[in-house]
Design a protein around this ligand. Structure first.
Ligand SMILES: *[C@@H]1O[C@H](CO)[C@@H](O)[C@H](O)[C@H]1NC(C)=O
Ligand SMILES: *[C@@H]1O[C@H](CO)[C@@H](O)[C@H](O)[C@H]1NC(C)=O
Ligand SMILES: *[C@@H]1O[C@H](CO)[C@@H](O)[C@H](O)[C@H]1NC(C)=O
Ligand SMILES: *[C@@H]1O[C@H](CO)[C@@H](O)[C@H](O)[C@H]1NC(C)=O
Ligand SMILES: *[C@@H]1O[C@H](CO)[C@@H](O)[C@H](O)[C@H]1NC(C)=O
Ligand SMILES: *[C@@H]1O[C@H](CO)[C@@H](O)[C@H](O)[C@H]1NC(C)=O
Ligand SMILES: *[C@@H]1O[C@H](CO)[C@@H](O)[C@H](O)[C@H]1NC(C)=O
Ligand SMILES: *[C@@H]1O[C@H](CO)[C@@H](O)[C@H](O)[C@H]1NC(C)=O
Ligand SMILES: *[C@@H]1O[C@H](CO)[C@@H](O)[C@H](O)[C@H]1NC(C)=O
Length: 450
């Protein structure tokens, strides 16, 4: 407990310091060699510099345009360099995404030999120089498009092991305009906590909640840890949507695409719910307050700012929360019960019965241990995504996928990173467009309380 307090205290001071320092400090940047002998450009754009608090050495931006996009040539070149940096050396990801069976088989044989994860100590060492850390690890320190800059997203991440996987998740979703709260379980090792805290301290918009809790599945502690991150994130006024993740998940969409999708949601929440098939015994003889109907959900939510503010500040939400303290598996009932009781009139919630509404896009997750649905293996019925899953991961409409074991398969994560990096580059330069028609027409968007 004391270590926690010291850490969060240090963290707080560092945050204040960094916020001020970002505006004022002149950091001398010399983009040198990355892993894979990659050189990043020595120059940067003004906006890039503004976002990162970095001096540009007098270099100005290079406005360019292609098709429908006006973009900055220097940033574009940086993104091109980054996409080469992210390119997987050991495999041809495009062939894997296209579903080339023989080639996939070949790569699957090689995967187990690529199993060394970066250690907690590696992160402790590298983050001693935060600027070197961000550069060496290839972070995108610009919000890139105006649209993304004006639409920040808040993420909460629950993590307990494998600092490299958690750091790569953070890196994949990191943008300077977003907010990140990482809840490290008290069961986690001290080394893991120190590594994740050290990473967080390299960014003004990444933090650990002040209260760390021991999270035990099926108990109120799951919901409590989530709420502690939510409360911390709630202090920042700018973000528009909230997404919660575990440290073993990975994005299937770029930040640009997430913004397009969340804008298409138009304030609606995407939260799972079932009425008929709900496990009624969990709340037997314990009806929710105000005659609400209890609804079972899942642990993955995409929720609007309005909904999160309601949860943090409205008495009705607090009364429902008090009810969940009395039932089994509270975290699977709280958000869904609030989202599927239209008489509460909460903006963005669903105006109807969740049964038969299968448009749950928050997570791509396969509930089967059997081939062909699960080419790898499953843990407690959830398929662990592996290299042969890349074709379906590449095509899924979902925002994130669950779940990955980096220590077993580094290629699947490497290829997702390569694709995200390519798409980020191409979307920035206007080479690749994003069609949001599908998302705008989803039933929970059309049928929300306005
Ligand atoms: C894939 O492997 C099978 C069996 O080894 C072989 O018969 C087939 O020709 C291969 N296909 C391609 C496209 O190489
Ligand atoms: C990685 O895999 C190789 C070959 O399967 C094995 O010898 C080695 O012990 C593994 N290393 C780790 C850290 O699991
Ligand atoms: C971290 O730094 C220490 C001291 O410089 C060094 O002995 C150790 O090998 C480094 N560890 C890693 C994983 O880089
Ligand atoms: C929720 O429970 C707490 C503690 O028992 C109590 O103080 C509070 O008034 C309750 N809130 C509502 C809205 O019922
Ligand atoms: C996401 O939030 C929901 C609602 O509070 C919670 O039940 C769930 O445990 C959270 N999921 C994760 C992965 O933290
Ligand atoms: C709290 O929620 C209830 C039900 O959704 C609503 O009627 C009430 O106006 C809300 N209270 C505040 C202070 O917003
Ligand atoms: C990423 O782009 C490079 C060329 O810019 C290409 O060679 C590679 O196949 C692409 N990878 C994916 C997964 O799209
Ligand atoms: C550019 O805009 C035109 C017309 O709006 C559209 O047809 C085309 O697909 C767009 N191209 C890209 C790459 O966005
Ligand atoms: C976007 O996708 C929809 C189908 O989902 C299609 O009808 C429409 O033509 C597409 N729009 C563009 C500009 O490609």
């Amino acid at each position: 407990m004391q270590t926690d307090q010291i850490l969060s205290c240090t963290k707080k001071r560092l945050f204040v310091w960094l916020s001020v320092a970002l505006g004022l400090t002149i950091m001398l940047l010399s983009y040198g060699n990355l892993n894979y002998n990659m050189s990043l450009p020595h120059f940067m754009t003004n906006q890039f510099a503004k976002d990162t608090g970095v001096k540009t050495n007098g270099k100005t931006s290079e406005p360019m345009s292609r098709e429908n996009a006006t973009y900055d040539g220097v940033t574009a070149r940086y993104l091109e360099e980054l996409s080469r940096f992210y390119a997987v050396q050991e495999a041809d990801c495009s062939r894997l995404f296209s579903g080339d069976k023989n080639y996939t088989e070949e790569v699957v044989q090689m995967v187990p030999t690529l199993n060394e994860s970066l250690s907690d100590e590696y992160y402790m060492n590298l983050t001693e120089d935060c600027e070197a850390f961000r550069r060496t690890r290839g972070y995108v320190m610009s919000s890139l498009t105006d649209e993304e800059r004006e639409f920040p997203i808040a993420f909460s991440i629950v993590a307990f092991k494998n600092s490299e996987m958690v750091e790569r998740l953070l890196r994949a979703i990191y943008r300077p305009q977003n907010y990140y709260c990482i809840h490290v379980d008290v069961k986690a090792s001290n080394g893991f906590l120190r590594a994740i805290s050290a990473v967080a301290q390299c960014f003004p918009n990444v933090f650990l909640p002040l209260n760390r809790l021991k999270v035990t599945w099926g108990t109120f502690s799951v919901l409590e840890s989530e709420l502690s991150c939510m409360r911390e994130l709630g202090r920042y006024k700018k973000w528009k949507y909230f997404i919660n993740l575990t440290g073993q998940e990975f994005p299937l969409k770029t930040n640009f695409e997430l913004v397009k999708i969340l804008k298409s949601y138009n304030g609606a929440n995407n939260i799972e719910g079932v009425l008929k098939r709900a496990n009624q015994y969990r709340w037997k003889n314990k009806p929710p307050p105000f005659g609400l109907r209890p609804v079972k959900g899942s642990v993955h939510i995409t929720a609007s700012r309005f909904f999160i503010d309601y949860i943090l500040h409205n008495d009705t939400a607090e009364a429902v929360l008090n009810w969940t303290r009395t039932i089994l598996i509270p975290d699977e009932a709280y958000f869904s019960t609030l989202n599927y009781n239209p008489e509460l009139g909460i903006r963005g919630t669903y105006n109807g019965n969740p049964d038969g509404m299968y448009a749950f896009l928050t997570r791509f997750k396969i509930w089967s241990p059997y081939k062909p649905w699960c080419p790898g293996h499953a843990v407690r019925w959830v398929c662990i995504q592996s290299t042969p899953d890349l074709p379906r991961l590449g095509q899924a409409k979902h925002l994130f996928a669950n779940k990955f074991y980096l220590e077993e398969d580094r290629v699947v994560i490497g290829c997702l990173e390569e694709k995200l990096s390519n798409d980020t580059r191409d979307e920035y330069m206007g080479i690749k467009a994003f069609n949001d028609t599908y998302y705008r027409n989803l039933i929970f968007v059309k049928n929300q309380i306005l």
